[in-house]
Design a protein around this ligand. Sequence first.
Ligand SMILES: C[S@@+](CC[C@H](N)C(=O)[O-])C[C@H]1O[C@@H](n2cnc3c(N)ncnc32)[C@H](O)[C@@H]1O
Length: 793
Amino acid sequence: MAASSQVLETMASQLSAVAAGLEALRVQGAEQSAANDKNAEVIAAMQQRISQHDALLTGDGPSVLSTAAPVARPQDWEVQLPQGAASSQPVSREECAAMITEALQQKINTLEHEVRMLKIRTAWTEKDLMYSQIEAAKRTLVVRNFPDWATAADRELTVAEALKENGFAYLEWDLTTTTMEGNDGKKFLAPISILTVPTYAARNKVMDTCSRAVVRYWHEIKEGEEKPKEAAQPQGDSQTSQKAPLKKWEMRTWNWNLPIKMAPGITQFERRLGAPMHGLMNAYQKLFAGFKKETLTPRWKTLILKNKEGAWLGRILYSRKAHSLTGTAGTVADWACEVQLPAEHKDRILTTWRDVWYDQLKQQISQTEVEKAAYSTAAQRTSQEYSAAARLNRFLTKAVPAYTEGEEQGIENWDHPDRQFFQDLRPVEELMAEMAADQAMEREVAAGESLITFASQGLSQGQKRQHSEGTEGTFDSMEPSGEPDNTKEPYYPFDSQDQLDQEVENEKITQINLGYDISKYSTEQWVDWVKGKKLKHLGAQEPDLPAQSAFSKDLSHRRKKGSPLCQSLRVDVDRVLATYWRGREGYRISAKEERRLDRGALQGTKPSTYGELTAAGVRLLAERWGLDDAEGVPGIFADLGCGVGKMVVQVYLECPGVGCALGVELSATRCRRAREAWEALLLSDEAFELRQRLLKASGCEEEASPEDEVEFVQGDLLDADISHVTHVYLSSLCFDEATLFASAQKLQQEGRQLRGVASLQPLPLLRKVGELLLPMSWTSGRGLGTMAYLYET
Ligand SMILES: C[S@@+](CC[C@H](N)C(=O)[O-])C[C@H]1O[C@@H](n2cnc3c(N)ncnc32)[C@H](O)[C@@H]1O
C-alpha cells in the first residue's frame, strides 16, 4: 500500500511539473504572439510610410513616373516576406530593414532603368527630328534678289513663269514669303522667299534651270493705256481677277539688273552626311596637327585612307545588305557601311569625328533669322493645326542634343546592334578580324600568283638567315643590343622585324596582364629587353646590358620562368603549327558556306568571321588557368568554334595539365582542314614525340596516346557534349546576342566539370573571375590584343 501511495505521489508531483511546464509555454506563446502582432504593426506602418513617400514622389502635375510603365509605379510594390515565412511569424528588426532596403533598391533600379530608357528615347527622337528637318530643307530653295517693289504675288508669278518656261509646269510647289515688321512699325516683305518642291531630285532640277528667272509682275491697266507689245501675255489668273473684278491686269516682265537667284538652304551638309570618307578625313585633320597641312588622298577604288608615307589610316567598306524593293537602282539604305579604324586611335577618331559632324550639323541647321521666320510661316500655312506647327518649329530650332554621351554616361547596351541603324559602326575588334582575314587571303592569293616572286622571296630570306647564322656561335663577341651593330640586321637575333615587333607586343601584353603600367618604358627599352631574352634563350651568356639593367631587373622579377625544356618544346610546337597548317588556313571558305554560317545570326553580326588567338595568347591563357602545371587531375580542354584547330593541338602538345583536347567547329571546310592537319601530324609521329616529351618532362610515366586524346567535331557548339570538359575557350567576338546567351546557358547547365571559361565577349549567367588581354591575329601589329573575360560556373 505504502509503495503504491508513494508511486501515486511521484506521479502527482510529475503531473504538477508538467502542468507548470505547460503554463510556462502558454505564457511564452502569448508573449510571442504579442510580439508578432507588434512586428506586423511596424511593417504595416512602414508600408504606409513608403506609400506616403511614393505619393509625394509621384505627386500631382506632370511627372515622368506618371507616364512610366505600370510595373514601375511605386503604388505597385510590396515588401516581400522571406520565403516560407507566415505573416504571423516574428520578424527581426534587421530582417525588416533588409526587406525594406531591398524593396527600395528594386524600386530605384526600375526607376533608373526607366529614366535611362526615356533619355535614350528622347535622344533618338531628337536626332530623328534633326534628320527630318534636314530632309525638309533638302526640298527647299531660298529665292532671293527680288526688286523691293515686287509683291508676294509678283514673286509667285515670277517663280510660276520660270518653272513653266523650263518645263516644270507639272510640279507642285509652294512659295512662302514672310511679312516682317521694321522698328518703325512699318511692314515689309522679307528679302527672301522659300520655295518648296516635292523631292530632292526635283529641287536640283529646278535650281539648275531656274536660277536666273526673269522678274514678272502684275500690272494694272489704266483706262486708255496701251497694251505694251512684249507683255502680250494671257490675263491674270482667276484668283487675282476675283480679288479685283473691276480692274484689268496684265503680266509684265522687268529687266532687272540683278537676276533672281535660287540657292539650296543646305548645301555642303548634304554631301558630308552621306560621305563617311570625308568625315574620317576631317576627323584626322582635326585630331593630328600633322594632317592639317597634308592632303589626305583616299584610294577611291578600295576606299582605304593612307597618309603620304603609306600608313594605313582606315577604310570605309560598303556591303550590300538588302535589295531594294522600290526599284532596280537601289537606295543608300540597301548598303551597310562599315568604318575600319586603327585600334590605337579608334576612340579618339570616333570622338573627333562626332564633334566635327556635330559642328557641321549645328552650322547647317542654324539659319538666319529671316530664314527661320520664313520656315515658321511655311509651317503655319501648311499645317493642319497651328499649335502643332509652332511646337514643332520650336523643337526643330532647339540646340543639338549631346545624344552620343550615352556611352560616357555608362548607359547599358549603348552599342547594341539595334543602334547600328544610326551609327553603322561595328566593334573595331570585329573589323580587325575581318581585315586580318582579308589580308591573309590577299597573301595567299599573292603567293599563288607568282612563282617567280615567291622564289625570289625565298632566296632573300635564305640569304638573311645565312647572314645571321654566320654570327651565331660567337656569343661571347655579342654586342649589347642597346648598342647599334651595323653588321647585324636591326631585328637581330629575331628573323624579321615583324617577329621582333610581335615579341615586343607579347611582352607588353604579359606585363599588362600582370597589372603593370607599360608606358613607363621606352620602345628602345622594350626592344632591348626582348632581344636580351632571346639571346639568352639561344644560349648566350646572360648579356651584360648596362643601359637596360634596371629595366631588365624590374621585368624579370615579375615573370614566371619557363623551364628550358618547356622553351624548346614551344619552339617545336610553333614549328609544327606553321608546317602542318600551311595551306590549311581558316580564313578562306566559299562565299556560299559563309552565307550558310551567317544565316540566322542577328543583323550586323557575322559568326563566320575568322581570326586566331596567337600561340603566345594560348600560352598566356593556359598559364592563367594553371594548365602549364602537371599537378592535379588532368583537364579536358575545348575550343568551341575552333576554326582549323591550331589552339586545340597547341594546348594538347604544350600543357601537361590537359589530358584531352576537343575542337568544335560549325564550318565543314575548317573542320576538315583541322582534321587533315592533325592527321598529318599524327602520321609523321611528331604529335606522339612532342606529347611524350611533355609528359616525361612533367614527371608523368604514362605513354602518350595522341590519336585518342584529340578530337574535332563538326557542328554547332550549342549541340556539343561538354559534360566532361573542364576548360572552354569561346572566340565569341562575332557571335550575336542570342548565341552568347545560349552558350552561357549551356555552359552553366551542362558544364558540370567546368573549372574555367574564357570568352571574348562578356557572358551572362556565369561568375566572372577576371580579365586577360590576349594577342590575336587581328591585333598583331595594330594594337595590344583583345580582352578575354574569364569565368567560373
Ligand atoms: C574567330 S574564329 C576562332 C578560331 C579559333 N578558336 C582560334 O581562336 O584560333 C571563330 C570560329 O567559330 C566558328 N563558329 C561560329 N559560330 C559557331 C557555332 N555556332 N558553332 C561552332 N563554331 C562556330 C567560326 O566558323 C570560326 O571558325
